[in-house]
Design a protein around this ligand. Structure first.
Ligand SMILES: Cc1ncc(COP(=O)(O)O)c(C=O)c1O
Length: 379
């Protein structure tokens, strides 16, 4: 059996010919034909007020943090069970990440714990849609309205996933997507900032263009452009836009394929779940539609997970654990603080194991991986 990596970047169709087309169009810097096409796709399909392609979700989060207009000491509520960039973007602005525990079923920010974590310094809430499964956004948005807070969705894993008929990233004031090669729709590195609140549109354009009003200049709204605010270079080149455009054309098919693979995993591992050897992802909460971003299992404890990783590795199968909780990381301890116990976060992070999932994986591979896991448990 060939080795099975955890992830494999893929080409689904016209990526290379569209890159050639981008070159022949004579503009390789950002905001040409393909960047604009991608932005329009997000605006039309995700229903956001304005979409801006960025070179990563990290960049989109940094833009969002600037737009939140934070002062040193301001607080931003987020899960600890997330990727570094969720917190780093806000720490860069001098704000304090305040870590709240996650729910047992989805490993998303526990909306019931947010209220108690709010202080007079709280400025924003950052729900992270883990594995492309939505946070309880109605509760979070209501709370934000009552307490005059901003909501920045970290929808890095959430392309085309839904919460009560709305697309992830298009519900909060701002939303951030990732097209890193480990995501469903990819461009190597890549991301997008979704601006859902009109108040932030003009400033978001400026921040993305090194703090200049260049976008206005190109639209003919001003006769020269200059430095008007802080910002950085957050826009990707047309080459990235062209690659991404080819993938966006097939985004639904990509998600459908991944969801089929998740069903195949479920089928192959159901006997182990029934016997209590491991646990599978819980069904999505009511009104939530996922996108097949991830398939994971929960082992009994850290020791079992470590042994299973080694067992699979010996059979050429690469499985990986996920986040080291930010509240226990060196920078998390330095820049952030916890609000309440981190019971679920600590528990889940030690037992969760992600299994290979990528577009070119097939059902035969999944059956082989499931059989190797059953073998580990002596079944
Ligand atoms: C929840 C979350 N946020 C942010 C990011 C950062 O995305 P990018 O690699 O596009 O900067 C990731 C990437 O894995 C992520 O999983």
């Amino acid at each position: 059996m060939k080795p099975i990596p955890f992830n494999k970047p893929f080409i689904i169709g016209r990526e290379l010919s569209l890159i050639a087309d981008a070159v022949s169009r004579g503009q390789l810097s950002g905001d040409g034909h393909y960047t604009r096409s991608c932005n329009r796709w997000f605006e039309e399909r995700l229903h956001c007020r304005k979409a801006l392609l960025t070179h990563s979700c990290t960049a989109a989060l940094e833009m969002a943090a600037i737009l939140c207009d934070l002062n040193p000491g301001d607080e931003v509520i987020m899960p600890s069970f997330t990727f570094v960039s969720t917190a780093n973007a806000f720490a860069l602005r001098g704000a304090t990440p305040v870590f709240v525990d996650v729910r047992r079923d989805t490993f998303n920010l526990d909306e019931r714990l947010i209220d108690a974590a709010i202080t007079p310094r709280t400025k924003a809430i950052v729900p992270v849609h883990y594995a492309g499964v939505a946070c309880e956004m109605d509760v979070i948005m209501d709370l934000a309205r009552q307490r005059s807070l901003l909501v920045v969705e970290d929808a890095a894993q959430g392309i085309l996933a839904e919460y009560r008929g709305r697309r992830l990233g298009a519900i909060g004031h701002l939303g951030c997507l990732s097209f890193h090669e480990t995501k469903n729709v990819i461009s190597g590195e890549g991301g997008a900032l979704l601006v859902n609140d009109e108040r932030f549109v003009a400033r978001a354009e400026v921040i993305r263009e090194k703090g200049t009003n260049r976008a206005q200049f190109f639209r003919g709204e001003v006769d020269k452009y200059s430095w008007v605010d802080i910002g950085s270079s957050y826009l990707p080149s047309e080459l990235v836009g062209a690659f991404l455009w080819a993938q966006l054309e097939q985004a639904r098919a990509i998600n459908a394929r991944r969801m089929d693979l998740c069903s195949a995993y479920r089928k192959g591992l159901e006997p182990l779940a029934r016997s209590g050897a491991l646990a599978l992802p819980q069904p999505e909460p009511a009104g939530v539609t996922g996108n097949g971003h991830m398939f994971y299992v929960l082992l009994q404890d850290l020791a079992a997970r470590t042994r299973l990783i080694a067992h699979l590795k010996a059979r050429g199968i690469h499985s990986v654990f996920h986040y080291v909780p930010l509240h226990s990381s060196p920078a998390g301890r330095k820049f952030g603080r916890v609000a309440g116990p981190m019971t679920v976060t600590d528990d889940v992070s030690s037992r969760l194991l992600r299994l290979p999932l990528y577009f070119e994986l097939d059902e035969g591979d999944v059956r082989h991986i499931a059989a190797a896991i059953r073998e580990f448990f002596g079944r």
